[in-house]
Design a protein around this ligand. Structure first.
Ligand SMILES: [Zn+2]
Length: 364
């Protein structure tokens, strides 16, 4: 039977059957298939000696002549081995709506378990983490930092004997505590770009500043910040133009241009997003949520400028996910990545599954 005859005979079907047919087609199709590009190398051994090897559900399959592995465009992307990929159509629609739909509501809408929706969200975000990082070129950049308490949200058996005591202890943690994650914020005055970076735990040192400001993100910027002593000495030594302001209103009395109002608004919003809207996030997923916040911000900016329309946004997300080759590893490594982060900050006494993360603090 040719495609034309299938089309023609389907037109004659009763309405009830048409609806069923639409359902069947929808369930065997994912919008990522539209974005599938021709695979040019084996995703396992990177050999280019690959050949086409039939199709499955309309999707091209390949086989590698060297390692003999079968694969398709989804292999080694975050979409690899995802069941019910057709439901990602709605999932992506929800994502680009820029609503922060609660996991529970989304799981009901898609008729999937909360755990599945939770995993999908993290997969989607991990595919986006290393994409489109801003570069600040020859412009004033507002810089500031904030902190979030290290969180093991979602982890069972935290070993908290006394919940009240635990909460009191958490509230007592100040900004420079080793139980807090410092997050750097930079906002370009002219470019309107925003960069958010999970930096370190505890007090901000010159090394933390160096790690951040000598990255490729900054090309001859002028930094506006408060008069933090570490900032002052770092920028002076690094020969980076630096203007400071003092006082509560965050504006320099000498130059009204020197202030941090934009970056402070971002920090306030971000903390609201994490602490109120999402009711806290596990630190091991913080890089994903940072990316989400940046995505919402960038998209709003672009929609506001009418650069893109919404349907383009969905295409952009799908393209990113299909082309991405690093997100899957990032997603799988979120726990070890978190432990590495703690280790790099001199913490080895807790953090892994066998130890009770807070046990020593609560006992004290
Ligand atoms: Zn191969």
């Amino acid at each position: 039977m040719t495609f034309e005859t299938i089309k023609e005979s389907s037109l004659e079907l009763p309405v009830k059957d048409k609806i069923e047919l639409i359902g069947v087609l929808k369930s065997s199709y994912s919008r990522f298939d539209e974005h599938a590009t021709e695979v040019s190398a084996c995703p396992v051994c990177y050999s280019e000696r690959i050949v086409k090897n039939g199709t499955r559900k309309g999707v091209q399959k390949y086989v590698c002549k060297d390692c003999k592995k079968n694969f398709n465009y989804k292999t080694n992307t975050v979409l690899s081995k995802v069941q019910k990929l057709n439901q990602w159509n709605e999932f992506v629609e929800d994502f680009v709506s820029l609503n922060i739909t609660p996991i529970k509501a989304l799981s009901q809408k898609l008729n999937l378990s909360e755990q599945t929706v939770f995993n999908w969200r993290h997969k989607l975000l991990s595919a986006m983490v290393l994409k489109t990082n801003p570069v600040f070129i020859k412009e004033p950049v507002e810089f500031d930092e904030t902190f979030l308490r290290i969180s093991r949200k979602g982890r069972r058996n935290l070993g908290i004997a006394d919940k009240h005591k635990y909460r009191r202890w958490r509230k007592s943690l100040t900004g420079d505590s080793y139980n807090n994650v410092k997050v750097f914020f930079a906002a370009g005055r002219n470019s309107k770009q925003l960069d958010i970076c999970q930096s370190h735990t505890g007090r901000t040192t010159v090394i933390d500043m160096k790690n951040y400001f000598t990255s490729d993100k900054f090309k001859n910027p002028t930094i506006y910040s408060d008069a933090h002593i570490t900032y002052k000495s770092f920028f002076k030594d690094a020969n980076i133009p630096h203007e400071i302001f003092k006082g509560k209103d965050h504006i320099s009395p000498l130059n009204k241009e020197v202030h941090n109002q934009a970056v402070n608004a971002f920090i306030r919003n971000f903390k609201y997003f994490v602490n109120e809207h999402l009711r806290g996030v596990s630190t091991k997923y913080l890089p994903f949520y940072i990316k989400w916040y940046q995505f919402i911000n960038d998209s709003k900016e672009q929609v506001f400028k009418k650069d893109i329309l919404k349907f383009n946004l969905a295409d952009k997300v799908c393209n990113t996910m299909v082309e991405d080759r690093s997100g899957l590893e990032l997603y799988r490594q979120s726990e070890t990545g978190f432990l590495r982060f703690l280790n790099n900050n001199g913490r080895t006494n807790y953090g892994n599954c066998k130890h009770h993360y807070y046990a020593d603090k609560i006992a004290a």
